[in-house]
Design a protein around this ligand. Sequence first.
Ligand code: CA
Length: 242
Amino acid sequence: MRILIVEDESALALIMKFNFEQEGYEAVVAGEGVTALAAFRQSDPRFNLVLLDLMLPGMSGYDICREIRLIDQQVPILVLSARTLSEDRTAGFDAGCDQYMSKPFALPELLSRVRNLIERHPLDNSSLPAVPREPEPESDVREFGNAKIDFSRFQLSALGQTHDLTTMEVQLLRYFLDNDGKVLSRGLILEDVWGSDSNVMPRTIDNFVLRLRKLIEPNPSAPRHILSVRGTGYRFVTHPEA
Ligand code: CA
């Protein structure tokens, strides 16, 4: 298991590297974006997870996150940041990160989150596909309304556009589809999609839902598929009544 640590505070980076190595991971440290992206592209086998600081010299963590998502939609990205504003979290999720952890953090919590994210996102092969893979894996496509989700490619087509999805977006959408029509509390969604020990805040779900609505709902402020259930959570409806 390989982890890419993108962190410019070298003392902190080395502490993390040491601790991950104690846990049996291979950890590579990059102090800024260009090095990090080069390491990510050249890595063989692939990295299983990226730990990403936001405040870095040169490229910001958000930009690095977006660049990584152009290369690899699946690798879990855990953002570590001293920024705690909800706008910062939202920007992180918009850029394609899967989880957000505020600094300072407790190492055992970081290790547990990393373990959890890696277990939930096993890599399907050991190297990055340089060219589109062929033959295509068995397709795993589901449709609802005007949306079509290709789970094997992490792609969503809706409203005339195709979008790449992050791992957590894919998992959340699949969960919604599997629980069509049911009222799902935020607590239940967190536990079933993120895992009971993930320490993700319930607000996180709202950020994901906002983004998914933008992608699939013709009018995101009057959603027909991902409905809010006041004070509780959400209800996904595959086929809204006319
Ligand atoms: Ca920093």
